[in-house]
Each structure stands twice: as C-alpha cells, then as structure tokens.
Design a protein. Structure first.
Length: 326
C-alpha cells in the first residue's frame, strides 16, 4: 500500500482505500495559519473544490465567547483523521456575540435559517457562559431547541459539549442540571464504563483525564434512571462526564476535551479576583504552582476521542448520499 494511503470501510459497507486528507476550511479563517504553523494539514475552500471526493460535512454551532480560540481548538482535534472534512460554522440569529468582531461572524458564520434545509454528517454544539441561568431564561433558548430538534433529522451524529450537553439532556430527556457549591475546575480522572462496548473508547486506557470548567452538574442517578440515555464515563470527583443516546447519534460531554493547554489558566487569571466560588484549577499546574505552568495530561485521549467519533459514529454510519440522512 503506498505511503499515506489507508484502508477503511465506507458507508456502503465495502472496504475502500483513500489517501490522508486535510480539513477543508473557509477561505481566510484565522485558524488556518495557526494550524499550519503546527504542521496540521488544512486547505481552504478554493483548493478543496478542486478535489474529486465526497468530504464529510461537519457543522459547528459555536456558542463560546471567544470564537477564534474555540474554532482553532476544535479544528485541531478534527484534523486527526484520514478523511477530508468540510467545516461549516453556524451562528444564532437571536444572539449577537459581544467578544468577536462582527466582520468575523459575517465572513465565516451562517445563520441556522440559511442551513436548515441542508444535511450534515456530524455536528458539534459547544458550551456557553449561561449555565447559571435557567434554560428557559436564556435569550436564544427557543432557537437553540429548534436546532436540537433539527439535528435529529439532519445530522448523523451530534456532540454536545459542557452547557450544550446539559441543555440537550434537559430538552430531549427532561434531565435537570443542578448548581454546584463551587466551580468544578481543573483536570479530573474519568473512568470508562464498560469501554469494550463502545467504539468511542477504542484505544483508551481504563481511565483518562478531562478538563472541567463549570458551575453546574447533572446527577448520575438521573442519567441512570433515563431509559434512553447511557452513562459511559464518570469520575468520583467530577461526576458524570460522558453520556450517549440513540446508539451514538448523540454524545453528551460535560467537560472540555477540546481545551488547549492554556485555557484553564486564562480562565483562572480572568476570574480569581472577581468571583468567590473559583479556586485554583485542580491537578493542572506543575506542583500546584501557576508560575510553573500546566501539566498537559488530556491531549492524547482528546485526539483519540474525536478520531473515534468521526470514524465510528460519523463516517461508518452516514450514508454516501447525504440527502438520505434522517
């Protein structure tokens, strides 16, 4: 087999060979130059259109305040796959970002109304800084629940992260969130629940590290009591970390495997003199000393998690004719 060529099972069920492919991103997206500097193979739309291949279509609903950082973090993880992936960024019409230039949003993001008639192989919905509010009090709740419902008929597999995970569990299954006495903040060891049953954990160790940064939680007993939701990873210290529904068409991740090494530090510096419920992130700094910087313990499993999601729950499940997703 030639160098750079890999062999896998296609949507039709047969084995196919294909060459390692890059992510296809919107022209001039800031993340392109950042990731090329990290030797991550990406191409822009102009070059991508010249390649005769059916790329996977991934839509990202980015609710985080600093859009460029989250874009780069997610793209970095999605790049660790031999498949060409076409990335689309979605924004909410009912909410205007205050921390990202409007020019960036207009150039790289599309409203849900523009995308609602399209279908996607995968979707990622990020966290949002609204977790202390009741779900129905969030000013874009009506719009985002329409997107949650839409994803069930227009996306093969959806990954909900942090606040989005709690919101999705509440909307789809009535599982409530609960306020924590202080912020769950740091790196916590997670235990895979019967990992041999779930391809999302292929190649994982029995335990893995996951960054958490949240003021609320979902209760383990509520997940266990739901007949339609399966608990697949948890921690005695940080609680529920991953749940799965609809045989992998939905994943709910309460932490942030996508975080880069400096994210928790930046959040700590931002909040430490402004909030009384935020302590130094646990299990994060070398010798618990912020001056010594973080010890990165989650990146290998983060890459494996996203690679497994793309391979086993998107690529191998999605139909070749994307119009047949339902």
């Amino acid at each position: 087999m030639p160098a750079g060529q890999v062999r896998g099972r296609g949507a039709c069920g047969c084995f196919v060979s294909f060459f390692i492919m890059p992510l296809r991103l919107p022209d001039k997206l800031p993340a392109i130059d950042i990731l090329k500097g990290e030797n991550i193979f990406v191409i822009d739309e102009t070059r991508g259109h010249s390649q005769d291949i059916r790329p996977l279509r991934i839509v990202i609903l980015n609710l985080m305040p600093i859009k460029v950082t989250t874009e780069t973090d997610l793209i970095r993880l999605l790049s660790n796959t031999p498949l060409q992936i076409d990335i689309t960024f979605m924004k909410l019409k009912s909410h205007t970002s205050k921390n990202t230039p409007i020019e960036h949003m207009m150039m790289f993001y599309r409203d849900f109304d523009e995308l609602k008639d399209e279908k996607f192989d995968g979707m990622i919905i990020t966290g949002a800084p609204v977790e202390n509010m009741e779900f129905e009090e969030v000013n874009y709740w009506d719009e985002i629940t329409k997107i949650f419902d839409w994803s069930r008929t227009h996306v093969t597999s959806t990954m909900y992260i942090c606040w989005a995970a709690q919101a999705g569990l509440y909307h789809h299954y009535g599982i409530q969130k609960h306020l924590l006495p202080k912020k769950m903040f740091g790196i916590f060891r997670q235990h895979c629940v019967r990992k041999e049953r779930y391809p999302i954990f292929r190649g994982f160790d029995d335990t893995f590290a996951m960054p958490h940064s949240r003021h609320t939680e979902v209760y383990r007993e509520d997940i266990i009591a739901s007949p339609d939701v399966t608990l697949i990873a948890e921690s005695p210290e940080s609680g529920v970390s991953m749940a799965m529904a609809r045989r992998g068409r939905e994943f709910y991740i309460t932490g942030h495997m996508e975080y880069n090494p400096e994210t928790l530090h930046n959040e700590y510096m931002r909040d430490k003199d402004k909030r009384d419920d935020v302590e130094m992130p646990k299990n994060y700094y070398k010798d618990n000393n912020p001056k010594k910087g973080p010890v990165v313990t989650w990146r290998a499993h983060a890459n494996l998690l996203f690679q497994n999601w793309i391979n086993y729950y998107v690529y191998q499940k999605t139909p070749f004719d994307i119009r047949k997703i339902k």
